[in-house]
Design a protein around this ligand. Sequence first.
Ligand code: WTA
Length: 649
Amino acid sequence: MTSDELDIHTREPAKERIAPSSAFVEQANIRDSSLYDTFEREWPTVWNRAAEHVHWDSPYDHVFDEQTREWFVGGELNAAVNCLDRHLDEQKNQRALVWEGLFDEQRTFTYLELTREVEAFAAALRELGVEEGDVVTLHMPMVPELPIAMLACARIGAVHSVVYVGFSADSLTTRMAESGSELLVTCDGYYQRGGAVSLKNKTDRACLGLEWDVTTVVVDRLGEAYEYALGPNDFDYKTLREDHYGTEVEPVARAATDTLFLIYTSGTTGKPKRVTQTTGGYLSYVTWTSHATLDLKPSDTYWCTADIGWITGHSYLVYGPLSIGATVVLHEGRPEYPSKTRLWEVIERNAVDILYTSPSTIRTLMKRGESYIDEYDTSSLRLLGTVGEPINPRVWRWYYEAVGNGECPVVDTWWQTETGGHLITTLPGVTDMKPGAAGPPLPGISASVVDASGESVDPGEGGYLVIDKPWPGMPQELVDSTRWASQEGGLPNTDGWQYVTEDGALVDEDGYVTILGRVDDVIKVSGYRFGSMELESAIVAVEGVAEAAVVTGTHDGHERGLYAYVCLEDTYERTKRIRKAIHESIERVVGPFARPDAIIFTPELPKTSSGKIVRRVLTDLANGNDLGDTSSLRNPEIVGELESITREN
Ligand code: WTA
């Protein structure tokens, strides 16, 4: 691997510095800048401070076992108790969850009510035969029953595996097969832009693909709009709830190192990558970062717009904020749907204190302009957060000024499914912000940017972002393997433990990290994470397709989208039928949310002399960038042709 293969454009480090407003600092959970030094000096025992934010049934013996790389060894706790029961003494009548349905329905649950719901479903799961350690798959839209089911699993020590509702039947089968899951909770269907979508047919198909029988619990979301018949292994959620409401379910004390959940993400291979989170380390870490980065307090109303099907929803919609005891808004639709002013309406109606969203949502809102915000009272906002992709300084500015009125700090939180929680971001009451840079690593997190030989690069130079020390939110996979899933076996010349993040980055003189994007074949579009391999193999499965490469592009100023470059076999012609077959195959193998924005047929793909596809050329084409020197390609003559083909699309 050479540094030339850092297949990404570098950019200027952020320069401007903005201090948090004094009004924010005065009330901030963390105001002490010496925390950075303390965490460095007292690592790893200092992580006590994260564990102190959760309730332990029995105390741990060690903060960190250097041999096994496990956190809070010997401790026992229950995640549902932390998110519910422990708040009942003081907050039982406070709202835990406010569900904002698409059709102006609202359902609210106080902490006491949510606890009762969770107990009822926990009792139902037990009756259905679920035992401690069993994997329960949740394939559901954004309805209250999803967090209820997650916490019900946690209460009885079952392991949940949430599979994003947009995934296809095939994707669901693969994930259930990999985890050996025999119980599925789903809905009859759900609403999204364009109307009702049925789910039950899809989950039935997914279960047929497994070698074992699956018990399915169905939540009725569509009501009379969609009739379905319950099969012999199907149970109606409402009936189960009625049968078990009022049952007390003793929470199961789980070892800190026991699994809380599994989540699958896209890696560099075509197969989903399994991420296993522990009960003690993960819960401590997301509670701590909710306190430290998101400045969450029990009195706050908090809205994270991410779908629970992804890690952001797990960590910062469910576990972190409920463990803090805040009021959490759960929104059924997307932040810009059903109306252009939806986001501002929901903020005003609920007097939201903290908003956590993605750069792509901010860009959409920015395009619509400020006049839409002005109609609403958003003065309740105190802190703004972003996650999922690099945020451009201009977009950052707009978020800060138009949404936050120049008074709310913006935390640009860098992290991944693999990290469980935030690793790189400012502490909003302590550190100055630099628009475009995520910030320094959080206290206790050690990150560096290295070249292909593993040596640190100079400030301002691009390289590979690596994490040099374990942290409590790291998944079980990182306990066993130091460089888990990094490309070509990781970076050489590293002593000891290291996690290669697969992101390119640069660090400035002040230690602020600017994220440049993925350096592997994982691509991010609108917050969705795809492996180019999984999309490409779906395309190549279509009869007549010889080869394909998928990249992201923003050609002609469009929103970033998926561009599929496709070569057909000689005897096939580019037809609408093949285009349609490609779309269908992607929808079948991955899901409709992975539909490419452009399918571009080409006689050849640009290749190195050894025959490897050069994605950088395709990415540049799809973004309308200057292509630079392409003379080292095996087939440089294809570039000019590709340029005009891309432009035509
Ligand atoms: C990208 C989402 C720039 C990054 C929590 C990472 C970011 C991938 C940021 C993980 C950020 C996430 N700035 N890029 N603040 N946050 N990313 O697993 O490329 O869906 O590797 O987790 O998103 O995506 P994932």
